[in-house]
Design a protein around this ligand. Sequence first.
Ligand code: UT7
Length: 326
Amino acid sequence: MKRAKIIGTGAYAPKRILTNADLEKMVETNDAWIQQRSGIRERHIVDESEATSDLALNAARQALERANLVPEDIDFIVVGTTTPDMFFPSVGNIVQHRLGCRRVGSVDLLAACAGSIYSLNIGAKFIETGKYKRVLCIGAEALSRITDFTDRGTCVLLADAAGAAVLEASEDGSGIIDADLYSDGQYADLLIMPGGGARHPATRETVDARMHYAKMKGSEVFKVAVRMFVDCVETILARHGLGPDDIDLFIPHQANLRIIEAAAKRVGLPMAKVFVNVDRYGNTGAASVYVALEEALAAGRVKKGDTILMAAFGGGFAWGAALMQW
Ligand code: UT7
């Protein structure tokens, strides 16, 4: 079985920037609190005309260009998203058509902020089994569309972006070495958008009760998140007989700088080996690891042969880690 290898990455964030100063005018908060508690300075959010598939499309085009491929080369599309344009058709369907792909399979998967690791790993399986030659993996979110801009506990964190990676079979042993996916639904209520689905379909009452927004018990999420980050990272490293010294770069889900720092410290990874861009993007859910990977590559932080560790967690809870040799 050949490994799946990333041959092109892309990232896109909407032009509109929301700074902490902007948020000060919307809710009872301040720049110092936001920076101190989350590490976020600014984030990108969609304007009225944009939706998740628009962001996904831009990231996908860039990833194809970097991979030196055309849309007809893609055999399958998998999109991690919590905020599809609509219930159906899927973002994958929309991207397949708008990108100009053949009539290939496409699917959305919902693993909240772990949608990056989930989509990458699921895409990789199709390559590893030899079923498809090239898979387009995308993480895309317009989280601002489900953000309650009167709730200071969430609106300072959530944001919009998309990232993409094209996978192909590796000929030289590089690529995705291993990945683990986990979930535990006992934490469902800690981070949830309760309205709009089959349990609470949209009615005037659900709208009045603000049930179509993400609700979060932040400090509880924080504690579990650090534990899960550490667990999944230690498990995958141990399975391969690796320690923190063997990792060249750790690319974690960008939810909160303090979560990243706490997890890195417990795992024994110095921050010099951790890629952080949460300051400029906020929490972009399923997009975050893809966007961070693209920025890490652009910044020259990833070199041929490097051992890269990625991990993400999010609502559900769903979480996971992936180990790669670049
Ligand atoms: O991708 C996964 C999704 N989510 C996450 O990873 C988020 C995980 N959680 C967090 O990032 C943090 O818990 C937060 C950034 C949400 C909050 O930080 P915290 O250090 O856990 O603060 P806290 O919730 O314990 O709140 C401390 C205080 C509270 O006031 P009192 O009760 O001490 O008077 C909050 O009401 O800070 C208050 N507060 C705020 N103050 C100013 C909460 N949000 C804000 C705000 N601005 N935006």
